[in-house]
Design a protein. Structure first.
Length: 498
């Protein structure tokens, strides 16, 4: 269906692609994998007509094609669903699906009824029943993703490219997405699937292509491939010990540094209690929507508690603010690093010092030299790949952006660090480095609360685990009792912890 060969692309000072090959067959789900910065996004943009290659060839149905823009590629049947949706929130589902292609009646007026009817037909092909007159802003993230896929089906796609489609969904929503992709596969659509979640690749894809540093490394069937082999191909080194051991085992009776008691936040968190201990990594597991992030935000002061209390540093708060939390030595790494975490148009230095401006202040002025020094220290400590403290974080890979955010809070907090989905959208090499950083922070005596939707991460990194379901904590696991089966059981059954 689609093949690219010898694709090269350079930007000022960077050879993004240096001879990449990719072949995707009709009715195949083909994974495109590699670390952040490997060239996946550049290759996708070239296939979609957003960028023009410096060299190489693209063939569609065995015919050589040269795109002069994304509209031409889309007209030929190539559609891309990006990680960040391109939807207009105040327009309806039907208006978004037919945006720029609204049908007209014989008098030349927009035919909303026809657009709504055809939208229902398209969604039904995906096994979805949805109110097509509803504004997109009122939909769940999973339903918004289905609207993005439906947009591609207005004109029968030949090639569908999905970039990190499960970054904002989990659990049952992922299963439904896979089911709908298999329907498209059965209809003969060639699907390119880009994901850092290796378990998804093994569950969904037929073949995979690995690229590294802008070069083709391998194309192989998924059947027979092992996780360790794939990781080695991606990063060029063995990451058998992805989850590092403790630098310093936690004490037998670690000090409780934070207690949350009977926390209530509307209907989202109901009567939750937990404690965090010095030098211990505590996992908070559960399905998306179970209330994990809301509980963490309430502990940090980002959401008001209707009932309950947080005790830290000998002080008990029935209402706590983020400012008070930071002053008490609590840090919070949000799951939305671009929207809520980082100042994307600021430098690495400015971002690292953002939560502790007193450390870079000289009188009433900002001490630029001190900010630069702090950033250089953390760039070295956390192995942040950038040109220096003056690098804009918007130009960096997701994994390095995440390390900047962790560096900020690790410097600002001394008691508790809350990490909400710390490796979301991060490649496997950067994950290993983030896990190493977490172990190092725990060795310093910091209590870590890690929220994660990935069971291997929960099991591999947690010393203790609380599990949530529908706003309540349904169970607690510790040490050898922490298994994927036990976490799933607690996350899917209505059981209140003792």
């Amino acid at each position: 269906m689609l093949s690219v060969s010898g694709i090269r692309k350079a930007f000022p000072g960077v050879q993004a692609l240096a001879g990449v090959d990719l072949e995707v067959r009709a009715g195949e789900i083909h994974a495109l994998v590699g670390e952040n910065g490997a060239g996946k996004s550049t290759l996708t943009r070239i296939i979609a007509g957003v960028e023009r290659p410096d060299a190489g060839e693209i063939r569609l149905n065995q015919e050589v094609v040269q795109w002069h823009g994304p509209a031409q590629a889309k007209a030929a049947g190539i559609h891309v669903i990006y990680q960040e949706f391109v939807l207009f929130p105040h327009l309806t589902v039907a208006e978004n699906i037919f945006l720029g292609r609204m049908p007209h009646n014989r008098l030349g007026f927009i035919d909303h009824a026809q657009a709504e009817r055809r939208s229902r037909e398209i969604l039904s092909r995906l096994g979805i029943t949805m109110d097509v007159r509803r504004q997109v802003r009122l939909l769940s993230v999973a339903d918004q993703q289905m609207v993005e896929i439906a947009k591609a089906l207005v004109e029968t796609p030949k090639v569908l490219i999905l970039d990190e489609p499960t970054a904002v969904i989990a659990g049952r929503e992922v299963d439904l997405l896979f089911d709908r992709l298999r329907r498209l596969q059965e209809a003969g659509v060639a699907i390119i699937y880009i994901s850092h979640r290796l378990d998804e690749i093994f569950a969904l894809c037929d073949r995979l292509t690995v690229i590294k540093d802008g070069q083709w490394i391998a194309t192989r069937p998924v059947a027979g491939m092992t996780r360790d082999t794939l990781i080695t191909l991606m990063v060029g080194r063995d990451l058998a010990h992805l989850f590092p051991a403790h630098e310093r085992p936690p004490p037998a009776q670690p000090e409780i540094v934070l207690q949350a008691q009977d926390i209530h936040v509307g209907s989202r968190v109901r009567g939750c209690s937990l404690d965090l201990r010095a030098g211990v990594i505590t996992g908070l597991a559960g399905m998306v929507g179970s209330g994990r992030s809301e509980l963490a935000m309430a502990i940090f002061g980002g959401l008001p508690m209707e009932r309950g209390a947080v005790t830290v540093g000998g002080h008990t708060f029935r209402r706590i603010t983020p400012g008070q939390a930071i002053a008490l030595g609590i840090g919070f790494v949000t799951e939305d690093r671009k929207g809520q975490g980082l100042a994307m148009l600021q430098t690495v230095g400015a971002n690292i010092s953002a939560a502790n401006l007193d450390s870079v202040r000289r009188g009433i002025m900002r001490d630029g030299a001190r900010e630069w020094q702090i950033a250089e220290e953390d760039i070295g400590s956390y192995q942040i790949a950038c040109r220096g403290p003056g690098t804009l974080v918007s130009t960096m890979s997701g994994g390095n952006q995440q390390k900047v955010l962790i560096a900020r809070w690790a410097r600002a907090c001394h008691r508790v660090l809350i990490l909400d989905e710390p490796t979301r959208g991060v490649d496997v090499g950067a994950r290993a480095e983030i896990y190493r950083i977490m172990r190092g922070l725990a060795a310093r005596g910091i209590a870590i609360l890690m929220i994660s939707s990935e069971l291997p991460e929960i099991v591999g990194m947690s010393d203790r685990v609380y599990v949530m379901r529908e706003g309540s904590i349904t169970g607690f696991l510790e040490k050898d009792a922490i298994t994927e089966e036990a976490v799933v059981d607690l996350a899917t059954h209505d059981r209140q912890a003792a």
